[in-house]
Design a protein around this ligand. Sequence first.
Ligand SMILES: [Zn+2]
Ligand SMILES: [Zn+2]
Length: 235
Amino acid sequence: MNVYCLLCQQRYVPKLGWSDFLTVKQADVLCDVCRRSFSLLDGERCCHCDRPFSLVADSYRHGELCTDCLRWQQADEWCDVLTKNRSVYVYDEWMKDVVTRWKFRGDYALVEAFRADFCREFFRHFSSDVVLVPIPLSRERLYERGFNQARALAELLSLPIADVLERIDSEKQSQKTRLERLRTVQFRLRTGEWRCDQCVLVDDLYTTGSTVYHAARLLKQAGMRDVSSFTLARA
Ligand SMILES: [Zn+2]
Ligand SMILES: [Zn+2]
């Protein structure tokens, strides 16, 4: 059987592998070369946010924590907000290209390329007794892109999804300083009702943590007992 790789469009003979999660044989949607270009997070990492210590200077490491997490932990209003973050891939040049194509050029089908790794890693770190909360896009962004990448990822996991957050700030976060970002209210709650008191926020990227910390704080304030996050890549 010959099929075309979702990324490079070359013909290849798909390998049938046992998926760890689905226990059915599934053919990879990528050729071997593209599949091997993804880097799973590996080696020593920050125990809180999953940042690989091999990718940062020694001065960013404080025992088990990275500098960013230490700062969150030292701030009274943030220290109990997020239980942990776990991610799947290193956000390297390859991953940047793939995410750009998927998210900004609307190549929705590419989510299939993440399925096996995303599901396997999720259940290594979290139980199935959680509700997933995808980080929302602003209405303008959703209109531009046609889909919310965080929701597309959450849907891979076949767990309950609660769209309880709404984004209220459409300004580019990256143009703000850390302090400005911390002061900005990014989300509001659409409902305060859920059947589960443990949730996992889902997003494509974890960079400074600002987005997930804001979302997590809102959920904690509304009574959620435990909030963690799971992202496709860790910058
Ligand atoms: Zn390929
Ligand atoms: Zn960290």
